[in-house]
Design a protein around this ligand. Structure first.
Ligand code: ADP
Length: 507
């Protein structure tokens, strides 16, 4: 009992351990993916921060560098500070352009002038320059028409004069000159970079296509508001996914194997326990079966020895009883011995080409007295010209005797037993049929299990040990055949042993 508890506890522990392993395996796999994503995200953050600081720093340098007494050379200042300036406006405190305070990188003068007029009419009021605190860089990213603009501006006070500097940042420069410095080309990096604007139009890089879902995103907040940097791992990501899938499959398989093994182990233990129970039941049954004929033999033997018989006929009758019971005892011992031989793993059969009819005749002869005692008749029919079979005659006789014995024991009410030996294609079929109580459908496969006795007979005073049919099955299979049962409760049973026939060369 204690051992059983220990084994159960062990099974449980192994199961728990494998579940724990699976859990950690899975979480490690997903952790490593998370880690990689986090790394990518940090990279995106860093890139955006670097780009925005660079733009902000250069713009601020420019904004702070503008002098109005006299007016700075704005183009030169742009080169000196590195600021990506498309155009500059320097306005006085009435928001009028200070002479020399406008420069634009437009090709033609009329374009330059048109841009200035458009700026003064539409953009200026949006910038709310007067609200800006002095010396602080401010920006406005917005669309005018279909085109986005980034204006950066500063409220300046110098030598007691207030003025405002507004830069139109050069977005083309950002995209074509600045971004490539931060994002290595696809051929030189395991990562892909893409910048989309606030309308999700790709401004830089190639579309990611199928790996799009696995991209990390980081928005620009201090310059190009609403633009987003997206980064994704190129091919390794695909490999990574495959590895994750492989890990998951391996872990799941391992757990399944462990669970299945434990299941099989538990099942084997349950079977072993059941076999042990059946075995002890068997020992009780066998001892009982041995004792009964023995006490009958000794009782009638004693009567004969002491001359306690009324007539010679009675003496013959007592002697017959002793004979019958000793035959029964002999058969039981044969069964038990054969059975234990099988249990030890050896069949020990000796096969020889034999005429099945002859073996059947012998079994019938050996059963005659018991049939008579049970007031039953046996109707045997052996098909003529049967092919021979490879038989161990002793074992096969024992099998047939067991079937006839069972019919006598359990189906005596049916009054008759029918034995048929027929050719069935390449096989020889031997069937023993009775008209007894039959066997319940759910128990039909079980009666061939060793030590199994049907529910209906367990309470009846019919002696048995539950090894007869197990033996029959073993013998039939050792002959490369099998035994089958057809039975309908209340209508009787038919046991059929079939064997392969020896091919007779008639040529
Ligand atoms: P035993 O007869 O010693 O109990 P067997 O292995 O020969 O063991 O049979 C197993 C069980 O099958 C029997 O206990 C009985 O319940 C059932 N059985 C066998 N033969 C018959 C039969 N001809 N009719 C009804 N039940 C049978």
């Amino acid at each position: 009992m204690r051992r059983l508890l220990l084994v159960n506890a062990l099974i449980f522990a192994v199961l728990a351990a494998s579940v724990a392993l699976a859990y950690f395996g899975f979480s490690y796999t997903s952790d490593s993916r998370d880690r990689e994503l986090r790394l990518l995200h940090d990279l995106a953050k860093e890139k955006v921060l670097n780009i925005e600081s660079l733009i902000a720093e250069q713009d601020a340098k420019f904004l702070r560098g503008v002098q109005i007494d006299p007016m700075s050379d704005l183009r030169q200042l742009s080169t000196a500070t590195g600021a990506a300036v498309a155009s500059v406006f320097v306005l006085d405190d009435h928001l009028e352009i200070i002479p020399g305070g406008y420069a634009a990188g437009r090709l033609h003068d009329n374009e330059t002038n048109a841009f200035r007029d458009w700026f003064m009419a539409h953009v200026l009021k949006e910038l709310a320059l007067k609200q800006a605190p002095p010396d602080e860089r401010r920006h406005l990213y917005a669309y005018w028409g279909e085109r986005p603009y980034l204006f950066t501006f500063m409220h300046r006070v110098a030598n007691g004069r207030t003025f405002y500097v507004v830069i139109e940042d050069d977005l083309t420069y950002f995209v074509f000159t600045l971004f490539p410095q931060f994002f290595p080309p696809a051929t030189a990096s395991p990562r892909l970079y893409e910048v989309v604007d606030d309308r999700r139009t790709i401004r830089y890089g190639q579309p990611f296509l199928d790996i799009d879902k696995r991209a990390v995103e980081e928005p620009f907040t201090d310059t190009l508001d609403g633009w987003v940097l997206r980064i994704t791992d190129r091919d390794p990501r695909v490999d990574e996914n495959r590895r994750t899938l492989l890990n998951t499959i391996v872990i799941a398989l391992a757990v399944a194997v462990i669970a299945a093994s434990l299941g099989i182990l538990a099942m084997a233990m349950w079977r072993e326990r059941r076999a042990n129970e059946l075995k002890s039941e068997f020992i009780t049954n066998v001892s009982h079966e041995l004792k009964t004929p023995l006490s009958i033999i000794s009782m009638f033997g004693e009567m004969l020895a002491l001359g306690r018989t009324k007539s010679p006929e009675q003496s013959v009758e007592y002697a017959e009883i002793i004979w019958r019971e000793s035959v029964r005892l002999g058969r039981l011992i044969d069964n038990v011995l054969d059975f234990s031989k099988i249990e030890r793993g050896g069949g020990g059969y000796e096969f020889a080409e034999t005429d099945v009819g002859e073996v059947v005749d012998r079994a019938i002869e050996l059963s005659q007295r018991r049939l008579a005692a049970a007031e039953m008749t046996l109707d045997a029919e052996v098909e003529p010209e049967l092919p021979p079979a490879m038989l161990d005659a002793n074992a096969f006789t024992l099998a047939v005797l067991n079937l006839i014995d069972n019919a006598i024991k359990y189906a005596a009410d049916g009054k008759k037993v029918e034995l048929r030996v027929k050719r069935d294609g390449e096989r020889i079929a031997l069937s023993v049929r009775d008209w007894g109580p039959g066997i319940d459908r759910d128990e039909q496969p079980r009666v061939f299990e060793r030590f199994y006795r049907a529910r209906s007979v367990r309470l009846k005073p019919i002696r048995g040990s539950g090894i007869g049919l197990a033996l029959v099955q073993h013998i039939a299979r050792a002959h490369k055949g099998d035994v089958q049962l057809a039975s309908e409760p209340g209508k009787g049973s038919t046991f059929t042993i079939w064997l392969p026939a020896v091919k007779v060369d008639r040529g």
